[in-house]
Design a protein. Structure first.
Length: 93
């Protein structure tokens, strides 16, 4: 199965990147590394690679904070739309 990793900065124009990855292990490694880069905090659970593995019923796993977001989605032929459509908006202060 293939996976899509989406990440970017919230609220920015053209601030989203999408990468297609061919296995779950590499998608989880990239996603956890991105969370670590965006937060610089090892204590956040999503910096651990295993938290990005899918349960049988899951189709997308996401993480976001005030400034950035990361999402991993299964590429299984079901159109779920981009994760960035829901995650890129900044929360009102």
């Amino acid at each position: 199965m293939k996976y899509i990793v989406e990440f970017g900065k919230k609220g920015g124009f053209h601030a989203s990147e999408t990468i297609k990855i061919h296995n779950m292990k590499e998608a989880a490694k990239l996603a956890s590394s991105l969370v670590l880069v965006f937060t610089q905090d090892n204590s956040i659970p999503k910096t651990i690679q295993q938290t990005w593995y899918f349960a049988r019923h899951e189709s997308r796993i996401t993480w976001d904070n005030d400034t950035h977001y990361v999402a991993v989605s299964k590429l299984d032929g079901i159109d779920r739309g981009p994760a960035s459509a829901h995650l890129w908006r900044k929360q009102p202060s």
